[in-house]
Design a binder for this molecule. Structure first.
Ligand code: NAP
Length: 312
């Protein structure tokens, strides 16, 4: 995992002290993370002669997925990370996709792999993810990455949960002993963010569509992470005074899963939508791509020749 950014709450923009929650400005933090990442990418390229490279794989032409992938490629370019894009037809089979991902996993010029999902109902998405080598799994989607993260071992985290933890750290949120309620339990978001909060000694409760009384759990939460995809599902009245509220939800009309105006009156810190969690996701993807490249490219020719070989 990449080191935490050196930004602190005092260096981030925050709303004036009006008695309402301060904003956790993900856009500002993401800019800092990308700047640091770009500097690392430039140094690695200078040292090894090879730029970090992210391969993006897209199946079909879903307009939202096309836009997401293009956005990721553009950010790569700006950060000095090379990107290679593979656009596969919608009729691609699981076998063909697995073969493509295995070939990228074995290609030494590719350091990170991102399979844009969803991939289509006819494809076994899990089989496709598992074809990504763990050392190139910069989107943190493999079972191996999830296990490593859960056990606190080196590896890549799922990007949105990783971005959420960086946001909390940048705002000095102390998680030990706190009640954290994660609403949502998806493999890429709810489940992993809960594991990361647990690793920081929070007492974690997962809520989901079968939770009997969501409001009762929320009212006890010192930290709320909303990861549902239902506009304003979480009401301001259910936020415990002083709680930290992270809204990862993104719904039509730039609306999150939390009733922002209501929650802001009670919370101490809150993420806006947009400009909160969203920008952090790509920032973590780029940072992890450079991490992967650093590990795969090693110290580089300069460092390798620093100690001359002993004469035979
Ligand atoms: P998902 O796979 O659809 O999972 C949604 C989760 O919400 C499920 O666990 C579901 O419970 C739970 N849920 C649904 N209705 C609920 C209700 N009424 N009360 C409590 N829980 C409920 O979604 P996802 O991929 O995790 O994404 C969640 C949201 O985050 C979406 O808005 C998405 O756009 C956003 N997102 C943002 C980023 C970013 O970069 N900012 C990245 C990824 C996702 P069950 O498990 O019981 O079905």
């Amino acid at each position: 995992m990449s080191p935490l950014p050196t930004v602190t709450s005092s260096t981030l923009s925050a709303s004036p002290p009006t008695g309402r929650a301060r904003l956790m400005d993900g856009a500002a933090l993401a800019r800092r993370v990308v700047e640091e990442t770009a500097a690392r990418a430039a140094e690695l390229t200078r040292r090894t002669g090879a730029a970090p490279c992210l391969a993006t794989v897209l199946v079909g032409e879903d307009p939202a997925s096309v836009t997401y992938v293009r956005m990721k490629q553009n950010r790569c370019t700006k950060a000095g990370i090379a990107s290679r894009h593979l656009a596969l037809p919608a009729a691609t089979t699981t076998r063909e996709l697995v073969d493509t991902l295995r070939a990228l996993s074995e290609d030494p010029t590719v350091h990170g792999i991102l399979l844009q999902h969803p991939v289509g109902d006819h494809i076994d998405e899990r089989a496709a993810f598992e074809a990504i080598a763990p050392e190139k799994d910069v989107d943190g989607v493999t079972l191996s990455s999830f296990a490593a993260m859960s056990f606190g071992r080196p590896g890549f985290v799922s990007c949105t949960p990783g971005g959420i933890m960086r946001l909390l750290d940048a705002h000095d949120v102390d998680l030990a002993g706190k009640n954290a309620v994660v609403v949502g339990r998806s493999a890429i978001l709810g489940k992993p963010v809960g594991m990361l909060l647990l690793a920081r000694d929070a007492t974690v409760t997962y809520c989901h569509s079968r939770t009997a009384d969501l409001s009762a759990h929320l009212r006890e939460a010192d930290v709320v992470v909303a990861a549902v995809g239902r506009p304003r599902l979480i009401r301001g009245a259910d936020i415990k005074p002083g709680a930290v509220v992270v809204d990862a939800g993104y719904n039509a009309g730039n609306v999150g899963d939390v009733d922002f105006d209501g929650a802001r009156e009670r919370a101490s810190l809150i993420t806006p939508v947009p400009g909160g969690v969203g920008p952090m996701t790509i920032a973590v993807l780029l940072a992890q791509t450079v991490d992967a490249a650093e590990r795969q490219l090693g110290p580089g020719p300069r460092a390798r020749t620093a100690v001359p070989p002993s004469p035979r």
